[in-house]
Write a new protein. Structure first.
Length: 274
């Protein structure tokens, strides 16, 4: 693990491995760079330079408690600062869930820094203001639970979400490892992340999709019906997008079917180069 001291003094920790064209990996909420799994990281690193940060408030990176510090726009600036420090002008950005929402926001903010875009189980936001208000209230309630009850009950409840139900097929050892990794996060930092970068705080990017002139790959698991629908709607509006559905997988495609997922990503990146 390496680290970078950001412009405001916060520290961004990251893993940098492999060689070739750069690929930036952005994990989901309560995750870290470890959440990608060694099998997947090693396979991607065979032909790519993989940069996998612990996003702000997660893993070993700093955990400020001001929600505004976690806005997707501000975190985009963090990631550009990291790429600058590594001497990388453009990279392919791959984001899962919250990381996918961050990558999509970055694609609108700094398209010149993105060679291609890969989104896994991600959304351009909620279309209606009332929906966003309701979701902000929900995110704030969850953040309050984190602050008052601590991380253990929050993580145990979070892992019961239908989004992660299909990971049970990977066995109790996998579930225990994921729980251990999530519990390593700081509850107050996660609470700030929920308030500042949650779906309720995300800008509605649906109207801007037709202007996103990047080669894009949308990946969903066939068992993740909600995000399959969202991805298909996104594909219809994006100028240059492919939607791939991975069989026998739910929301966490990269963990449930790592080999199929890696093949899908690497094949897309090879095509995107041409």
């Amino acid at each position: 693990m390496s680290s970078l001291r950001l412009r405001d003094g916060n520290e961004l920790c990251y893993r940098d491995c492999g060689g070739g064209e750069p690929l930036l990996l952005l994990h989901g909420f309560t995750g870290s760079n470890n959440a990608w799994g060694e099998t997947l990281l090693n396979k991607l690193a065979e032909s790519r330079r993989v940069i996998a940060p612990d996003l702000l408030g997660h893993g070993k990176s700093s955990g400020p408690t001001e929600p505004a510090r976690y806005s997707l726009e501000t975190q985009t600036d963090d990631l550009c600062e990291l790429l600058n420090a590594l001497g990388i002008s453009r990279a392919s950005w791959l984001g899962y869930s919250m990381g996918g929402r961050l990558a999509l926001a970055a694609a609108r903010r700094v398209p010149d820094r993105i060679a291609s875009l890969i989104l896994i189980g991600a959304s351009p936001g909620l279309r209606r203001a009332a929906e966003r208000t309701g979701r902000r209230h929900m995110d704030d309630a969850r953040a309050c639970d984190l602050e008052k009850l601590g991380i253990v009950p929050f993580v145990d409840e979070w892992m019961k979400s239908p989004l992660f139900a299909h990971e049970a097929a990977l066995g109790s050892q996998h579930i225990a490892l994921q729980r251990e990794r999530r519990l390593a996060n700081d509850p107050f930092a996660l609470a700030a992340s929920l308030r500042g970068a949650g779906t309720g705080s995300q800008k509605n990017l649906w109207p801007e999709l037709p202007d996103l002139n990047l080669q894009s790959l949308l990946i969903t698991g066939e068992l993740d019906e909600k995000f399959c629908r969202i991805a298909e709607q996104m594909r219809e509006q994006l100028p240059d997008a492919t939607h791939t559905i991975v069989e026998a997988a739910g929301h966490a495609v990269h963990l449930e079917q790592p080999d199929a997922f890696a093949d899908c990503v690497l094949n897309f990146l090879e095509r995107a180069k041409r």
